[in-house]
Design a protein around this ligand. Structure first.
Ligand SMILES: Nc1ncnc2c1ncn2[C@@H]1O[C@H](COP(=O)(O)OP(=O)(O)OP(=O)(O)O)[C@@H](O)[C@H]1O
Ligand SMILES: [Mg+2]
Length: 257
């Protein structure tokens, strides 16, 4: 099992859109894939055509009284299961604080799924909280969508500093540019500056495209329905890079939480 957390402190940078498109691609590649929508906003579930609200609290889950596997259900996409968001995830941090092994609760919950799934995507809420620390501890790859503006780069540095302070290996942090508008000089310049100092930035970029934005209306992830379109090709290129990057790390299933 390889866990890819789509994460940024910032909101609205394309985390959920990316998690859904990559999840569809991973499943289409023939491997059992799980997308866990950790954001109480429930966007990933919505994009996959499922309701976000299950009405249940999250305390039982963090206390180990509920099995994560029982919460997963099939989506309309091949090999892609979803654990939908719960509105109660807004209280997830409080429940995590109540646990003894606070930074490894998520790892403990995911560990039993190691043989069932090849890929696990975590669609993360924005912010930097105890939940984020749990996400950092369990993710093989912390995939960070960056809108190419100077402030985004500053936020990225904050993420890396925080990540390293937890004793984690920064080579697991994989940034890529999202919502790119090449006609904007500030986007082009920021990408150049960033690429010069951050060798691990993905070469694939996800442009700002109306066919991606329209996914919120059509509920048709372009990576799946329009693989030859500009959006479809961009997500395929990103996915190919991520798969190569994950080969550097052993499977999560072999990590002891
Ligand atoms: N490449 C893109 N081109 C055009 N629109 C995009 C692109 N990626 C995302 N969007 C749009 O931008 C908005 C935010 O995207 P998304 O919900 O994926 O971001 P997010 O980082 O998950 O946000 P949040 O922090 O609120 O969870 C949505 O309206 C989405 O349709
Ligand atoms: Mg989101």
């Amino acid at each position: 099992m390889k866990t890819i957390a789509v994460y940024n402190i910032k909101g609205g940078v394309g985390k959920s859109t990316t998690a859904v498109n990559l999840g569809c691609l991973a499943g289409r590649g023939g491997h059992a894939t799980l997308l866990w929508d950790l954001d109480p906003q429930g966007a990933a579930g919505y994009y996959l055509g499922q309701s976000g609200e299950t009405g249940r609290g999250s305390g039982k889950l963090t206390r180990g009284k509920e099995r994560l596997a029982d919460l997963a259900s099939a989506t309309p996409y091949p090999n892609l299961d979803l654990i939908p968001s719960r509105f109660s995830y807004r209280r997830l941090d409080i429940h995590l604080h109540a646990q003894g092994h606070r930074r490894t609760v998520l790892s403990r919950l995911l560990a039993p799924l190691a043989t069932a799934y090849r890929w696990v995507f975590l669609d993360c809420p924005p912010g930097i909280t105890l939940l984020s620390e749990n996400i950092f501890s369990t993710a093989d790859i912390l995939l960070v969508p960056l809108v190419p503006t100077p402030l985004s780069l500053r936020t990225f540095e904050e993420i890396v500093v925080f990540y390293e302070r937890r004793g984690l290996d920064r080579t697991r942090v994989l940034p890529f540019f999202s919502l790119v508008e090449r006609r904007k000089k500030i986007h082009r310049e920021t990408m150049e500056i960033f690429a010069a100092r951050e060798s691990r930035v993905c070469r694939a970029v996800i442009p700002s495209l109306s066919e991606i934005e329209r996914m919120a209306l059509t509920l048709r992830p372009p990576a799946y329905y329009r693989p030859r379109s500009e959006a479809g090709r961009a997500y395929a290129a990103l996915w190919a890079e991520i798969m190569t990057a994950t080969e550097l790390f052993e499977d999560t299933g072999r990590k002891t939480p």
